[in-house]
Design a protein around this ligand. Structure first.
Ligand SMILES: C[S@@+](CC[C@H](N)C(=O)[O-])C[C@H]1O[C@@H](n2cnc3c(N)ncnc32)[C@H](O)[C@@H]1O
Length: 186
């Protein structure tokens, strides 16, 4: 792992804060939280959190309530992430780890892999939006959402979140960066 050049924190003229931004290089790994800078990012942000919800946990055990569609993983639940999130009481979580499949192709592969039917609603952009609505509902004010993927949209201002950190993890060659965001629910 190498740490790169940018670390920025500042304020825009309209009073909006600019998030801390950093960039690392590290080998890719389908188990995202094993990537060293990402492991550090997760551990740093969840410190002190009691209720940590992980709807796409795979083998990761940072969550105190874990779910993965694939029954091969030893998680608390094996539900579609949206159905799982709907079971979590409102304003009950201190942190949510949002590390879904990163592309439509990966979404489809995961459903096919467990023999589930792929409906239109699972292949639309509203698929992600519905998760984010639920995440916004279940987090306590002051709670954090950490998102991982190929964009830095996070849960978003419109849902009442403030971004506090963005970390880019480059993997070399023509691979996409893993983009990690940390937001606080206001
Ligand atoms: C990017 S991986 C998560 C990796 C994990 N954060 C880690 O560090 O090991 C995404 C996981 O989501 C699961 N998954 C895919 N679609 C799902 C869905 N609709 N609902 C719940 N889990 C899903 C996959 O089985 C896969 O284990």
């Amino acid at each position: 792992m190498t740490k790169d050049d940018i670390t920025v924190r500042g304020f825009l003229p309209d009073g909006d804060s600019i998030t801390k931004l950093s960039r690392f290089w590290s080998m890719s790994n389908s188990r995202t939280f094993l990537i060293p800078p990402i492991r550090e990012f997760v551990e740093r942000h969840i410190t002190g959190s009691k209720v940590i919800v992980d709807p796409f946990a795979n083998e990761s055990r940072y969550g105190t309530i874990t779910n993965d569609l694939n029954p091969a993983f030893d998680t608390d639940c094996h539900m579609d992430a949206l159905d799982f999130l709907r079971t979590i009481p409102s304003r009950s979580a201190d942190a949510v780890l949002y590390d879904p499949p990163y592309s439509l192709r990966q979404v489809v592969e995961c459903y096919k892999g467990v023999g589930m039917q792929i409906t239109q609603e699972k292949t639309q952009s509203s698929w992600r939006a519905r998760h984010l609505d639920e995440i916004s509902r279940i987090l306590k004010p002051g709670g954090k959402c950490l998102c991982f993927g190929w964009n830095s949209n996070g849960v978003g201002k419109k849902r009442g979140f403030e971004m506090i950190e963005v970390m880019l993890v480059a993997h070399g060659g023509s691979k996409n960066d893993t983009i990690c965001t940390a937001e606080v629910k206001l």
